[in-house]
Design a protein around this ligand. Sequence first.
Ligand code: SF4
Ligand code: SF4
Length: 291
Amino acid sequence: MKPIKIAVASGKGGTGKTMIATSLAACLSIDHAVQFLDCDVEGPNGHLFLKPNISGTYPSTLLIPEVDPELCDACGKCVEVCQYHALALLQKQILVFPQLCHGCGSCTLNCPPGAIHEIPREIGRISQGETASGILFYMGELITSEPMPTPIIHQLKALAGEPEEISILDSPPGASCAVVATIFNADYVLLVTEPTPFGLHDLRQMLGVLQKIGTPAGVILNRDGIGDKSVETFLSETTYPILMKIPFQSEIASGLAAGQIMSDILPEYQEKFINLYKTIKESVQPRLGEG
Ligand code: SF4
Ligand code: SF4
């Protein structure tokens, strides 16, 4: 069987995305080899539920330019090629603005006298470990005040490598480039939303992104029963199915607050998550080229 990568995303924070991602991983780990990537690098919290034993933590770095003033002739070529305004020429000196630099390397390549070399700048860290149930766990953490989450997500995915069987990616909230970096190359996206006008607004944004990428997706309606029917009405006119509805229940909230996985709080959901995976698998098999 080809491995399957399932990204769990939501248009906005606080919809229960990590609750779904961790429950799905825990339920599937009973019978499958599962890896879990916490790509929500600005606020990773999958570890609070899966409780992995962390075996390694590594700095996440970006290569940024450093200019040798002895070699620089102030030609300005590096400033010209930088698309991110991370360099400025001031009184015949090149100034580097590290937080604007995307580490693309263009300035180094285009410096005529070779006055630029690259130095690593730490922007966060990535960790790996394993849970008691055998889930291979990977987590990225962006340093507070650092503006660019995408390099950590790319490094996290590179560290995890190809899954043996199933990969669950917990995406950042929203519809930003960090979300695209997470869901890019996923075989299926589970969109978690809630039945409110805010949920609908953010769901529309995410579906717009997914339509451009072309990844199949389905929706989980969390806190069903609060709000209105606008999400369901909207989805009934699209090809995106509602795969699961989770009613609002105070015991879920209190269990989550105590660090419990949702499918442990309500064990009847174990079978529902396993069936959810079967539905996803059937949906992606034609795309993966398997019968
Ligand atoms: S590495 Fe790229 S983004 Fe950074 S300063 Fe050089 S050209 Fe600009
Ligand atoms: S391209 Fe090289 S030589 Fe020209 S200003 Fe930039 S660092 Fe200096």
